[in-house]
Design a protein around this ligand. Structure first.
Ligand code: ATP
Length: 327
């Protein structure tokens, strides 16, 4: 935390894109302008700071974007920003324009960069959790998660229709990197028979046993939702199942990048708007180096160094719910 007030702020999106980032950009720009700040859009994350790809924004620059996926500022991963020299170059470009505060919309990697930068150059940085993975502590929501889960749910519902028509077993892999939240939520919401996530040990013997019991019960349709970060990917699970249960008609579907795109859900638009608004208020009242989150429906501020280190834990309730409802 610090006490430096700001007059010109920059906003950027960094790391993986997430639906709802545009709603957050819009909120930052409009709240900044309402409060008499000059607001600059920085293109392609930290790369734009280094390449001086920085542009003044006004209320109209963010018209008609709240409903759009992706990010109008583009996003990127910048290796140059990992080096002290790259960050110095970035700072010089900000200083040239008098930019004295930043809002960074991204994941934990982007927050690591933000924290280093604000420690080195005394530019207050406020982070907004923009990631479909929901792998950041200090917020019940991350921008993009709800949209990604809804996309996965829509796809899995469709897969169940075709699985049902052919009496097939489908193994569906969803995104989430090291976190199992997309798999957990989409699996529960679609009534998946098994959900495999990195937070819990995947017991192959138990899985095979449950599938063979279901086969004996003539339960011919099965959906297994696998998180991409699970020890076994969908293809590996499929080849094990094919070997051990050759009678099961098994198919694999990897949902992939459709989970990143599309129009953000109402929830993602709302949380992105609320967080974007709060980020500018933080800069106005001299708060530094925090991530804005929402906990128990209240705005919550987590120091960036804590947000970087802590991962969001999956509650025991969810794990018990999965076991009981899928049986
Ligand atoms: P996602 O969770 O969607 O992948 P992320 O923000 O975690 O998003 P990263 O690729 O990890 O994505 O980080 C984005 C950018 O942040 C990097 O390309 C780099 O420019 C910067 N960054 C990450 N880690 C550091 C670090 N330790 N020091 C300086 N900059 C960093």
């Amino acid at each position: 935390m610090g006490s430096k007030k700001v007059s010109k702020i920059g906003v950027l999106t960094s790391g993986g894109d997430a639906p709802g980032m545009n709603a957050a950009i819009r909120a930052v720009v409009r709240t900044g302008i309402y409060n008499g700040l000059e607001v600059f859009g920085i293109m392609r994350g930290y790369s734009g700071m280094i390449d001086d790809d920085i542009h003044p924004m006004n209320s109209r620059s963010v018209a008609n974007i709240i409903q759009r996926g992706g990010t109008i500022l583009k996003t990127a991963r910048s290796m140059v920003f990992m080096e002290a020299e790259g960050r110095k170059l970035a700072y010089e470009n900000l200083r040239k324009r008098g930019i004295d505060g930043l809002v960074i919309i991204g994941g934990d990697g982007s927050f690591k960069g933000a924290q280093k930068f604000s420690n080195e150059f005394d530019i207050p940085c406020i982070g907004l959790p923009g990631t479909i993975d929901k792998d950041i502590a200090g917020s019940d929501f991350t921008i993009g998660f709800d949209t990604a889960v809804n996309t996965a749910v829509e796809a899995i519902d469709k897969i169940r229709d075709t699985a049902d028509a052919h009496d097939r077993l489908f193994i569906v892999e969803v995104m989430g990197r090291d976190a199992g939240y997309i798999a957990l939520h989409s699996g529960i919401a679609t009534g998946a028979e098994n959900i495999l996530i990195p937070e819990t040990e995947t017991d192959i013997e138990e899985l095979i046993q449950s599938l063979s019991e279901q086969e004996k019960r003539k339960k011919l349709v099965n959906i297994i939702v696998v998180a991409e970060g699970d020890k076994y990917g969908a293809n590996e699970i499929s080849s094990i199942v094919k070997k051990r249960l050759p009678s099961a008609d098994t198919r694999v579907c990897i949902l992939g990048h459709i989970q990143r795109g599309g129009s953000p859900t109402c929830l993602d638009r709302l949380i992105a708007s609320r967080m974007g608004f709060a980020a500018v208020e933080c800069l106005l009242n001299g708060t530094n180096n925090v991530m804005v989150g929402i906990l128990n429906n209240q705005l919550h501020y987590t120091p960036l160094d804590h947000a970087i280190k802590a991962k969001q834990k999956i509650s025991e309730d969810w794990l018990r719910i999965v076991k009981i409802l899928a049986s």
